[in-house]
Ligand binder design. Structure first.
Ligand SMILES: Nc1ncnc2c1ncn2[C@@H]1O[C@H](COP(=O)(O)OP(=O)(O)OP(=O)(O)O)[C@@H](O)[C@H]1O
Ligand SMILES: [Mg+2]
Length: 294
């Protein structure tokens, strides 16, 4: 992957600063997502504190941080699903209300009511409603697009199944297909790899990388530190505040992970037992969490 435009910018780990403002492969375009001074509080305790973030167009970005770090809240606040105490979020320079159609969202699986009586194909076609308008009902074209998206995630055999009867990984793939038919420019996916097997995970990563290679911006909440460097070219480390954000190669370091996980990185097994990782060196795919190495 060509990282030239990234490496030409400053070497600070936090790319939301001045020179980062024009970040991205397509630096002539406004950034895909700009978050400024965003604070969100539930019952007066802040889940996000003064977030400044700039995501360039055409990156595949991981949001990484511990449980309760505010990852889901960040996505929900960007999509006006939870109220903000302060701050703004712009998509290609405009607020979400004006950019609804170009922003796709795959929610965290546990947050969806799967007992709702509807088929997989219907769920996927719902992704097209935004471009149908009020009058038209979904027709043959919508059906074809939905079937093509189901094919992309290897779910065509389940088109007529009730969503409540799917396994967790199949539900996840259904929601990915729904986002794909929307043909958005910017995608938010909250833990798309939760509950999927290794083969499916690789298939989904391929779909996400193809979206990125097609110029889309894809933001993924991700928990598996061992795959961050191989899957993502951009990363934001979050723990109520942004701890670091920028190209994975520069930002995904032991030092920044320590800041993000508040010293609880001691519970992580990193590389060879004899290896002493340099704080500035990006962690390799050998990184394993404690329970994986157990
Ligand atoms: N609807 C809500 N009402 C009150 N508090 C909430 C609500 N939603 C989230 N929170 C709190 O806000 C904080 C951030 O939650 P959030 O779901 O954004 O975390 P997360 O980083 O997505 O965590 P996880 O990795 O477990 O999905 C947590 O402390 C959580 O308990
Ligand atoms: Mg979450």
């Amino acid at each position: 992957m060509d990282m030239t435009p990234h490496t030409m910018r400053n070497t600070s780990t936090n790319h939301q600063t001045d020179t980062g403002r024009t970040a991205g492969r397509q630096s002539h375009l406004p950034a895909a997502i700009v978050v400024e001074d965003l604070t969100v509080a539930y019952n007066s305790s802040p889940a996000l504190w003064d977030i400044d973030l700039e995501v360039p167009s055409g990156v595949l970005m991981a949001i990484v941080g511990p449980n309760g770090a505010g990852k889901t809240t960040l996505i929900k606040a960007a999509l006006n699903l939870v109220p903000r105490s302060a701050g703004t979020v712009l998509f290609h320079g405009k607020p979400y209300a004006k950019m609804r159609r170009i922003v796709g969202y795959v929610p965290q699986r546990g947050s969806v009511d799967w007992d709702f009586p509807t088929t997989v194909l219907d769920v996927v076609m719902m992704g097209r409603y935004g471009s149908l308008g009020w009058v038209r009902r979904p027709g043959r074209r919508e059906r074809e697009l939905a079937m093509a998206a189901l094919h992309q995630v290897s779910m065509t055999d389940f088109a007529d199944s009730q969503i409540g009867q799917l396994s967790g990984g199949q539900q996840q793939r259904t929601f990915l297909a729904r986002a794909l038919v929307q043909d958005a420019q910017i995608y938010f996916m909250d833990e798309p790899f939760a509950a999927v097997d290794a083969v499916t995970e690789r298939a989904i990563v391929k779909v996400l990388q193809e979206l990125r290679d097609g110029g889309k911006t894809v933001v993924v909440v991700h928990h598996d530190l061992s795959t961050v460097t191989s899957y993502f070219d951009w990363v934001t480390l979050l723990s109520v505040e942004v701890r670091a954000s920028g190209p994975t190669k520069e930002v995904f370091t032991r030092e920044n992970l320590d800041k993000t996980y508040n010293g609880r990185m001691d519970s992580l097994y990193i590389g060879e037992a004899t290896e002493s990782p340099s704080p500035e060196r990006p962690l390799s795919h050998h990184t394993r969490t404690a329970w994986e190495s157990a």
